[in-house]
Design a protein around this ligand. Structure first.
Ligand SMILES: Nc1ncnc2c1ncn2[C@@H]1O[C@H](COP(=O)(O)OP(=O)(O)OP(=O)(O)O)[C@@H](O)[C@H]1O
Length: 365
């Protein structure tokens, strides 16, 4: 397994990139640690496949370098990089048995048959396919074939990294959940460097130790799942992670007011240290609060504003309320201890978990 490093690495598909929007991948520095389980998460078109193809060597970046364990491999073709890849759809030999499919990447590398036997059985055991080893792949379901593809990716111990490009797309939802857990278990056992591309946050958060969130060709945060939830570095992370995502409100300041801010025409009382920090920032300010951290407050309470709640949905563990506050949309997950009905309610927004952003980047919490 390898430590993979990007040095000022970026990619523009066009010849003469002039501005940031010309880059499918904005120039960046980044390290993928040896043995790390990473998820690369972002919406369609944000640059995930471009980044993966640069790691695998299918694409030579227009800018910067890729290093494997300190060695520059920027111009090394895929064959020379020792990467295993698992794609969205099964890649296997239909006429071969499951055993021979799993053995193929090892035999291709002239691994001794005794070792092949051992590894194939280990991987088949992990994937729950031991009883199917003698079965031909051709008659198998799409799920089973994709499991074989995963096995083919996992069977070699000597690879630099294993790249998964949305590998569970064709898999039935229940099995998906099982396979995600198996992949996590495999990672813990074998300490492989895994990079898993997905646009599904549940998939990313359950699989990875570190999630790399991308938007518009840029990595906006790399962190553990709880950090992405509790301390998003960028408004995009707040919006993209969570269900529903974070609420955002534009913030205005009054030069004479040292312990309050304005959201629209409503004043929200706030700790003076936070107000001072906001006053030092240069740019467009916004406040973010996750639906989970919104709570009911007594009428006129400090740090609270009056909201118009239009809908209440009982979700068992919480009440999902939607409406408006200070003229902006609001989503809250209120606890179930006090049943809420549609109407006007005071809600506390100034909480320790509330985050402030300047030009979309986190500045204060
Ligand atoms: N061969 C290409 N030539 C020109 N532009 C490309 C090419 N491949 C991708 N792009 C552009 O680069 C940007 C990033 O695309 P990329 O496929 O890397 O995104 P993605 O996050 O993998 O999307 P998806 O999840 O839909 O596969 C997009 O704007 C896309 O249109």
């Amino acid at each position: 397994m390898a430590r993979i490093e990007f040095r000022n690495l970026g990619h523009a598909y066009g010849k003469n990139p002039q501005q940031p929007s010309d880059f499918a991948l904005q120039p960046m520095n980044m390290v993928w640690e040896d043995g790390g389980a990473y998820a690369l998460l972002g919406p369609s078109g944000c640059g995930k496949s471009t980044l993966l193809n640069i790691i695998s060597g299918l694409l030579v970046p227009s800018h910067g370098q890729v290093l494997f364990d300190g060695k520059d491999v920027t111009d090394t073709p895929t064959r020379g990089r020792n990467i295993a890849q698992v794609f969205q759809f099964p890649v296997l030999y239909d006429t071969m048995t499951v055993y021979d499919n799993l053995a193929f990447p090892l035999r291709n590398r002239k691994v001794p048959e005794a070792e092949v036997h051992k590894r194939v059985h280990e991987v088949a055991e992990i994937l729950g396919m031991k009883d199917a080893l003698k079965v031909r792949a051709s008659g198998m379901s799409a799920d089973a074939k994709q499991k074989i593809s995963l096995g083919r990716g996992l069977v070699r111990k000597d690879v630099s990294a294993i790249l998964f490009d949305e590998p569970l797309t064709v898999i039935d939802p229940h099995l998906k959940w099982q396979l995600r857990r198996q992949l996590k278990q495999i990672h813990q056992q074998l300490k492989l460097t895994l990079i898993y591309v997905t646009h599904d946050q549940v998939e990313a958060l359950t699989f990875a130790d570190e999630v790399v969130v991308m938007t518009d060709g840029k990595i906006v945060q790399k962190g553990a799942p709880d950090a992405l939830f509790e301390r998003p570095d960028h408004t995009f992370v707040g919006y993209f992670i969570g269900s529903p995502g974070m609420n955002f409100y534009p913030v205005k300041l009054d030069a004479a007011d040292t312990n309050g801010i304005f959201i629209g025409s409503d004043r929200l009382a706030l700790d003076p240290a936070r107000v001072a920090q906001l006053k030092r920032a240069q740019g467009t300010l916004s406040m973010g609060i996750r639906p989970e951290f919104i709570e009911l407050a007594p009428s006129g309470a400090e740090g609270a504003l009056e909201a118009e709640i239009r809908h209440v949905q009982h979700l068992g563990t919480c009440q999902l309320v939607t409406g408006t506050i200070a003229g902006h949309p609001l989503k809250g997950k209120l606890d179930t201890s006090v049943p809420v009905q549609a109407g006007r309610h005071w809600l506390r927004l100034a909480r320790p978990e509330t985050i402030f952003f300047c030009n979309d980047e986190r500045i204060a919490q």
